[in-house]
Design a protein around this ligand. Structure first.
Ligand code: LER
Ligand code: MN
Length: 271
């Protein structure tokens, strides 16, 4: 049996409705994550944040925990930018913001996640032309990432939150069609429970293209609290040779620390 690397979601602050478990500075969150049994943290942040990279490196060394991923959703939720928007000045701002995230990830030795910032196809919009626009922009970002040793992970998100990349197969097909070599698929077990018919098949569809995995149970609470079969998921991830992180991104119930602890304890039990 192989040993899995566990990560946990963090931010400087987040509403109670967000699936983010640790709040505070990156340095404090690294220490807290280590105490709870995690090897890494993912950081949900704005692209404009100016971190003290030296202090973060020292905190990583001291805690033995690293920053594995920079999450870009706030460029969309707060910054109102998307990579498919009809207004060129909005996509331009989205591209600028994404380059800032890639620079940040490069300094942290991390990769990035592209979730909501991909945007939405408007009702009655020509799907093909929006996907072409998205592919063109992702190609530029993918190359920008390659030059800075940062991988782009495209999150598969359920149909109630987006209408682009709602299944693993759709996402893999897109990455292959547009030859986006530095882009990977990012699965989230909560979203999979809504839009995938078969967890095993979805994971197999990604194979070498799987870059990152979010872990939450069917109600989006901590793994082990619901009915998702995580044992089967881990076995399948092992079968395809997945070597990335299992990152707990779940709702902070009954409270943030208990959820983080329950999740780590549960995952370690079944590993
Ligand atoms: C982000 O990782 C995610 O899963 C989306 O549902 C936004 O929360
Ligand atoms: Mn997620």
């Amino acid at each position: 049996m192989r040993s899995w690397k566990l990560a946990v979601s963090t931010a400087d602050r987040a509403p109670a409705s967000a699936p983010i478990l640790l709040h505070g500075t990156i340095s404090d969150n690294l220490v807290q994550a280590g105490k709870l049994g995690y090897q890494a943290i993912e950081v949900h942040t704005r692209e404009t944040e100016e971190f003290d990279y030296q202090a973060i490196k020292e905190a990583e060394k001291k805690s033995g925990v690293k920053v594995c991923m920079v999450i870009t959703g706030r460029l969309n939720t707060e910054g109102k930018c998307s990579l498919t928007d009809d207004r060129p000045y909005v996509t331009h701002a989205a591209m600028q913001g994404m380059k800032q995230y890639i620079d940040m990830a490069s300094k942290l030795g991390a990769d990035i996640v592209i979730g909501w910032v991909r945007g939405q196809i408007p009702e009655n919009g020509n799907r093909e032309s929006y996907l072409k626009r998205l592919a063109r922009n992702l190609k530029i970002l993918s190359e920008y990432g390659t030059s800075r040793h940062v991988k782009l992970n495209i999150e598969v998100i359920n149909r109630y939150e987006t209408n682009i990349f709602t299944t693993a197969q759709e996402t893999v097909d897109f990455l292959e069609t547009y030859k986006l070599d530095n882009c990977y698929v990012h699965l989230d077990t909560f979203h999979m429970g809504i839009d995938e018919r078969d967890f095993k098949k979805a994971i197999y569809a990604c194979k070498d293209r799987l870059g990152y995995v979010h872990i939450a149970d069917n109600s989006r609470c901590y793994p082990g609290s619901g009915y998702i079969d995580f044992k089967e998921i881990l076995d399948t991830l092992e079968e395809i040779g997945y070597k990335g992180y299992l990152s707990v991104e779940c709702l902070p119930y009954p409270d943030r620390i208990s959820a983080a602890k329950e999740a780590a304890d549960y995952l370690k039990r079944i590993i």
